[in-house]
Design a binder for this molecule. Structure first.
Ligand code: ADP
Ligand code: MG
Length: 398
């Protein structure tokens, strides 16, 4: 789950991280009051969407000469005018895709005097099996470009989970970011705070780009992007409250209601599979035969008929889906339950695209019988390879 920048800053502030004063608003009428409550004389009006690159982004409705999604304003009137222009419009950034995202919230923040823009993120580094800081002096701009063109400017410091952030780690981070004097002292305080927030709140990513050194030599968190591990959200009702479903894929929201592991993808073959490993293998084999999966969907081990029905409906509701592959290995999951769910869903919503079903395992004969006797136009498959070939062929001919 992702949250907005202003929410991420609230979370970090509660741990003691230095962030600017700011007010989040959802309507333009609130802008003037919000700006008035800040010290000034510089105000920053920031679009709150779950995507980065807002500063360089463009509003679809406003034409190429309009300012971007993060605006500096030199007066309360200017800040209010910017807020009015931005709210409700569609911001297109490198990360939103060409369709962009509608800006429904703004964050009006105190403007900072920036001396240097740095990059800092914390993530789970799977190569070393540890939480790691990734830092660079080249913050503020596209970190992917830095990684590609000057990878030596990115430094990784992995943290020992037994020790937490040690004095040596602080030293390494301060050196990598070229922090001295006051800024180095701020770093010494900030790094453990960020690590604590990351681990306690079960974050999967914490990205601060930029972390700034201000003209007065102090550090400040100027942007914050946080993702949480969905599997640990049950431990954090305070974080769940921050969820903004208007930012999420409608199909993924529906799937989360039924506790389905679903991720929307760009291809045209809808997949219903049980078990994450089999789901990955199914996606791979579809690609091997030259097509692209429309989704990742793991119905899990002990799915009910209702859950399978919901899953099938989510797949068929996606207009990009030109064919469906059901690939079930019934170990704990019974093939007859899957078959009943598929038949029930098709009866409710109809079937307008080819459907290939491969069932194997517990109650497989009963499962096949239910499907065969349902009158559905199903293409049966013997194994995974055969199933993938058949669905790719059906879609390419359709
Ligand atoms: P994004 O990464 O989505 O473009 P940022 O929050 O990083 O959004 O803002 C983009 C740029 O705007 C920053 O790199 C910084 O130069 C400037 N900026 C953002 N917030 C402030 C602020 N409070 N004061 C001064 N400049 C800011
Ligand atoms: Mg940024």
């Amino acid at each position: 789950m992702n949250i907005h920048e202003y929410q991420a800053k609230q979370v970090l502030k509660s741990y003691g991280a230095p962030v600017a004063e700011g007010v989040a608003i959802m309507s333009a009428d609130e802008a003037e009051k919000a700006a008035k409550s800040l010290p000034g004389p510089l105000y920053v009006v920031k679009s709150q969407i779950h995507a980065g690159g807002r500063g360089k982004g463009k509003f679809k409705e406003l034409g190429p000469d309009a300012k971007g999604g993060v605006r500096l304003a030199k007066s309360i009137e200017d800040a209010a005018a910017d807020a009015k222009e931005m709210l409700g419009h569609t911001l297109v950034t490198k990360q939103t895709g060409p369709e962009g995202k509608q800006v429904g919230r703004l964050y009006i923040e105190d403007g900072a005097d920036i001396a240097r823009e740095l990059y800092l993120s914390i993530l789970v580094d799977r190569t070393v099996g540890r939480v790691a800081f990734v830092v660079s002096t080249e913050g503020g701009m596209d970190i992917e470009t830095v990684a590609e063109e000057t990878p030596d400017k990115i430094v990784t410091v992995a943290i020992d989970p037994d020790k937490g952030v040690t004095a040596d780690d602080v030293k390494a981070l301060n050196a990598a970011l070229k922090l001295e004097d006051e800024a180095a002292k701020d770093g010494e305080a900030l790094f453990p705070i960020l690590y604590k927030a990351f681990t306690e709140k079960d974050m999967s990513l914490l990205e601060i780009n930029p972390l700034i050194v201000m003209e007065n030599g102090r550090l400040r968190v100027l942007d914050a992007k946080v993702s949480f591990d969905n599997n640990a959200l049950f431990r954090h009702p305070d974080i769940v409250e921050l969820r903004d479903t208007t930012e999420e894929d409608a199909k993924e929201i529906e799937a989360s209601k039924y506790d389905l592991a679903y991720v929307a993808l760009d291809g045209n073959i809808g997949c219903m599979v049980n078990g994450a490993g089999l789901a990955m293998a199914t996606m791979d084999i579809i690609k091997l035969y030259g097509a692209e999966p429309a989704n990742f969907l793991d119905v899990g081990g002990g799915a009910s008929k209702e859950k399978v029905t919901a899953a099938f409906k989510i797949i068929t509701a996606d207009p990009n889906v030109k064919g469906i592959l059901v690939n079930i290995f019934g170990g704990i999951m019974r093939c007859d339950v899957i078959a009943e769910g598929v038949v029930a869903a098709v009866k409710e919503v109809g079937l307008k695209v080819p459907l290939v079903v491969r069932l194997e395992g517990t109650n497989v004969e009963l499962g096949k019988k239910i499907i065969n006797e349902s009158g559905l136009n199903v293409i049966a498959a013997d194994d995974l390879d055969d199933a993938a070939k058949k669905i790719v062929k059906a879609v390419s001919e359709g």
